[in-house]
Design a protein around this ligand. Structure first.
Ligand code: NAD
Length: 411
């Protein structure tokens, strides 16, 4: 079962049983509050008109405005955005930030568009959702293939359409346009803060810890760079074209420089080429899926040899695979906790915009570390208390918080 929405609903039903949640409320929480499906006509550079399909899913706002990224990818689909919006509700609850869950996406391969076409598409998307977003309503952010530049275009369009000049409608903006220092590193660094706490909790000797990272984009790169700085050995990394392996370790900065120059990772000195599937099955201490969902599933879960998995991508492990990993005693830290650094610093950005403040990068990262460490400790001890995996423990905490807030509303 690789439908991410069915996966998200099945996870919710399992946690509902665990926390003995009211079935009527779970029925409500298993469906987003609102799903916008849009067809966006965009003028191409050659004068033709191309229509793009786009979505915005608003899962639940009992704890605060909907919050979640906008993905540009040719595989974006309704099931995916609905699932991702639900996971955002749990993520914000785990991170204890005052938001609900939302997610958006456009079916597009942005590499096929010129910068001007990309800008027109981004502005068209905002015009179509303008009535449904705002600092107190729904606060979008970047996700796969969306950048601070795209957020800047979106904010500019939103200001024009709505007349609302607050910069707090979008997060992940460029720093000179109200973005927060530390946002670029936040998700990856947050994952490393979590990994270090996990190693402490599990009393793992840290010398020569080996790590394999699938996806060396924003999240994977900053995870790799802090883990490398902390003295761990990154033995494998990959992108959509494939991966590289070096038992002695790879310097992520050099790998990125190589990729920027050559357009690929393969061929970097001292490394051998490996496939993305192969990377997942390496015998390493920590496996870090940081690209797309469902990459660890019923077909390959049995072949996973890592001791720990830090889910930096959203939904990289299917429910069937979760059970197989649990039976193999492989401990995985779920996405809703491991990658919550991004949305936490998004919250800091939103807060700074609203209060007209500017925090230093050190301050941002310190607050992030404190917050995500607290969330990890709570989840780790809940896992022991309930005798379940980390995902179920995180969901148990998160769903209970959302239900509590939901119950306070008049229906
Ligand atoms: P990105 O676009 O910067 O990078 C994605 C990386 O994955 C790229 O290196 C790309 O080459 C690689 N990739 C794409 N398809 C692949 C495939 N089939 N196999 C292997 N690698 C592949 O995106 P990102 O912002 O780093 O996001 C990565 C994941 O993290 C996504 O699941 C996203 O939802 C999640 N996430 C991102 C943030 C954030 O702050 N950016 C926050 C939370 C979660």
């Amino acid at each position: 079962m690789n439908d991410p929405y069915l996966n998200a609903q099945s996870q919710l039903r399992s946690v509902a049983k665990l926390i003995k949640a009211d079935e009527e409320i779970i029925n409500k929480l298993s469906i987003p509050d609102k799903l916008l499906t849009l067809s966006l006509p965009v003028r191409m550079d050659n004068g033709s008109i191309r229509t793009f399909i786009a979505y915005r899913s608003q899962h639940n706002n009992s704890r605060g405005p909907y919050k979640g990224g906008i993905r540009y990818h040719h595989l974006v689909n309704e099931a995916e955005v609905k699932a991702l919006s639900m996971w955002m509700s749990w993520k914000c609850a785990i991170a204890d930030i005052p938001y609900g869950g939302g997610k958006g996406g456009i079916i597009v391969d942005p590499r096929e568009l010129s910068a001007a076409e990309l800008e027109r598409l981004s502005r068209a998307y905002v015009r179509a959702i303008a009535h449904d977003i705002g600092p107190d309503l729904d606060v979008p952010a970047p996700d796969v293939n969306t950048t601070p530049q795209i957020m800047d275009w979106m904010l500019d369009e939103y200001i024009k359409v709505s007349g609302n000049k607050s910069k707090a409608t979008f997060t992940g903006k460029s720093v000179d346009n109200g973005g927060s220092l530390g946002r670029t590193e936040a998700t990856g660094y947050g994952g490393v803060y979590v990994m270090e706490e996990l190693l402490k909790a599990e009393k793992v000797k840290k010398d020569n810890l080996t790590i394999a990272i699938q996806g060396i984009g924003n999240v994977g790169y900053y995870f790799a760079s802090l883990a490398h700085k902390n003295g761990h050995k990154i033995v494998a990394i990959s992108d959509s074209k494939g991966g590289i392996y070096n038992a002695k370790g790879i310097d992520p900065k050099l790998a990125l420089e190589f990729k920027q120059k050559e357009g690929r990772l393969s061929g970097m000195e001292g490394t051998k080429i490996i496939g993305n599937e192969q990377l997942l099955e390496l015998k390493v201490d920590v496996l870090v899926p940081s690209a797309l969902e469902n990459v660890i599933n019923a077909d390959n879960a049995d072949k996973i040899k890592a001791r720990y998995i830090i889910e930096m991508a959203n939904g990289p492990i299917t429910p069937e695979a979760d059970e197989i990993l649990f039976s193999k005693k492989i401990l995985s830290v779920p996405d809703v906790l491991a990658n919550s650094g991004g949305v936490t610093v998004s919250y800091f950005e939103w807060y700074q915009n609203i209060h007209n403040e500017k925090w230093s990068k050190e301050e941002v990262l310190k607050k992030l570390k404190d917050n995500i460490t607290r969330a990890f400790k709570q989840t780790y001890s809940k896992r022991k208390e309930l005798g379940v995996n980390m995902r179920m423990a995180a969901y148990a905490l998160a769903v209970a918080k959302v239900i509590e807030a939901f119950k306070k509303q008049e229906l």
